[in-house]
Write a protein that binds this ligand. Structure first.
Ligand code: GAL
Length: 124
């Protein structure tokens, strides 16, 4: 909580995916009740699922089958927060975009779940 991520900012996050992980989650939003970006690579489905939690339900999933990392790997992700969308750049340069459906222009909440341990993160 209490993160100060404004429109135009890029979050650079590095970490290690656990050897036994079947996926992980990075959430960015206002709090547990409002998640603008739920970023969820699922290794068992070989898919990156993105979605929004609006306080009561999940929105429509966006699925991307480009998977360039897996259990045991070190990853660096760049997440850029723009007015209308998020841009997520994968370690191999592949980029996905996801709309900022909830429309906030400030993000105060970051959480990481599942088999991902953060080694560094930075807002630029
Ligand atoms: C659900 C899952 C949630 C979240 C959501 C995204 O099936 O239980 O954790 O990933 O999908 O649409």
């Amino acid at each position: 909580m209490n993160m100060d991520m404004k429109v135009g900012t890029t979050l650079k996050i590095k970490g290690k995916i656990a050897d036994c992980a079947d996926g992980f989650v990075i959430n960015l939003g206002q709090g547990t009740d409002k998640v603008n970006l739920h970023f969820n690579p699922r290794f068992d489905e070989s898919t990156v699922v993105c979605n929004t939690w609006d306080g009561s339900s999940w929105g429509q999933e966006q699925r991307d089958s480009h998977m360039c990392f897996g259990p045991g790997s070190e990853v660096k992700l760049l997440i850029t927060f723009e007015n209308n969308e998020f841009k997520v750049k994968m370690p191999d340069g592949h980029q996905l975009t996801f709309p900022n459906r909830l429309g906030h222009n400030h993000l105060s909440y970051l959480s990481v779940q599942g088999g991902f341990s953060i080694s560094s993160f930075k807002l630029d």
